[in-house]
Design a protein around this ligand. Structure first.
Ligand SMILES: Cc1cc2nc3c(=O)[nH]c(=O)nc-3n(C[C@H](O)[C@H](O)[C@H](O)COP(=O)(O)O)c2cc1C
Length: 185
């Protein structure tokens, strides 16, 4: 499939990676975004770093990865508010149940949630979690709230999950996320 192209060279995408099994798929997403002409800045939650290391994203994005709000060097340069303003589009992939809840309720207690609260860029959410977490009324209510505020959802897909169960909870394929982002670029 031909990768969609973003409207301008170096279209600025902020990719927020959260702490779920599907974090490894976010590495492929960086490749796809760059193939589509995006300049990708990755920010990771603390828990995301338990699943995939920042060097993987650094190598793929060709940019130093932001991993903490309390990074003196980064905050002296491209601080979190500058990064939030820099982004032309934000994608949260995988979006955990926890981070969806934080975004729905306006929490800003770590780098990713603070960036998401501080940006005015269009936001795409690619949830990935166990199907019971996804179906939980709290998660569903959080998603409804986020959609009502203009966030766009890609997935989750239905199918086999990492824990051996099956149901809605698989992160959408990276190419589908890039296609959805291209449509609102
Ligand atoms: C092995 C393992 C896999 C997990 N996978 C997911 C997942 O796919 N989706 C999810 O929402 N939470 C998952 N969790 C729980 C999150 O890691 C946990 O809720 C965490 O607080 C999320 O933090 P973050 O949203 O700041 O990244 C998993 C936890 C463990 C230990």
């Amino acid at each position: 499939m031909q990768a969609p192209r973003f409207p301008n060279e170096a279209y600025r995408v902020l990719l927020c990676v959260c702490g779920g099994i599907a974090a490894y798929k976010a590495a492929e997403l960086v490749r796809r975004l760059r193939d589509a002409g995006a300049d990708v800045q990755v920010a990771m939650t603390e828990n995301a770093q338990r699943f995939v290391g920042a060097p993987t994203f650094q190598a793929l994005s060709h940019r130093a990865v932001r991993t903490s709000l309390w990074d003196a060097q980064a905050e002296a340069g491209m601080g979190h508010l500058e990064l939030a303003a820099w982004a032309q589009q934000v994608v949260v992939a995988p979006a955990t149940a926890n981070t969806l809840a934080k975004l729905a309720h306006g929490l800003a207690d770590d780098l990713v949630s603070t960036l998401c609260l501080a940006t005015t860029a269009p936001m795409i959410l690619a949830p990935a979690m166990n199907h019971r977490m996804w179906r939980h009324p709290a998660t569903q209510a959080n998603v409804v709230l986020l959609l009502s505020r203009g966030a766009r959802l890609v997935g989750p897909d239905d199918g086999p999950l990492a824990e051996g169960e099956s149901g809605p909870g698989r992160m959408a394929a990276p190419e589908r996320i890039v296609a959805a982002m291209g449509a609102c670029a």
